[in-house]
Design a protein around this ligand. Structure first.
Ligand code: 5GP
Ligand code: ZN
Length: 118
């Protein structure tokens, strides 16, 4: 999609610090890291949100998640632990409308959901 920032990163017209790339998946460091390790893992194909993932995208989605798992090992955070987050639409806090998973680790991330009732 021509006005999508992550499609531009895939194309290379916006630079990024890539940590992994193959024909289907790209991973690059978040420009505003929220943790010592903060990497975005995306399908190269433009899928706007998690709501737009179709059953036929199952293999692609698995590849994205397994890429995150592999990078976690390479970044040395597999054993200490990490969080893999997808923000969907406005209440989810999504700002970039090209499907992506945040891989966050390298520090204790806190109990995001614990103790919340709403
Ligand atoms: P969202 O809020 O949509 O889940 O996450 C979007 C993420 O993309 C944010 O963490 C933001 O810092 C990151 N981001 C936005 N623009 C760029 C960019 O041009 N380059 C990189 N590397 N990350 C970006
Ligand atoms: Zn896109």
């Amino acid at each position: 999609m021509s006005d999508c920032i992550f499609c531009k990163i895939v194309e290379g017209s916006i630079p990024s610090t890539k940590v992994f790339e193959n024909d289907h998946v790209l991973a690059f460091r978040d420009i505003v890291p929220a943790a010592p390790v903060h990497i975005l893992v995306i399908p190269k194909r433009h899928i706007p949100t998690m709501n737009d993932v179709a059953p036929e995208d199952a293999a692609l989605l698995a590849e994205v998640l397994l890429t995150a798992q592999k990078i976690a090992k390479e970044e040395g955070i597999a054993e200490s632990g990490y969080r893999l987050i997808n923000n969907c639409n406005s209440d989810g806090g999504q700002t970039a409308y090209h499907l992506h998973f945040h891989l966050l680790g390298g520090r204790p991330l806190g109990a995001l959901l614990e103790g919340h009732s709403s």
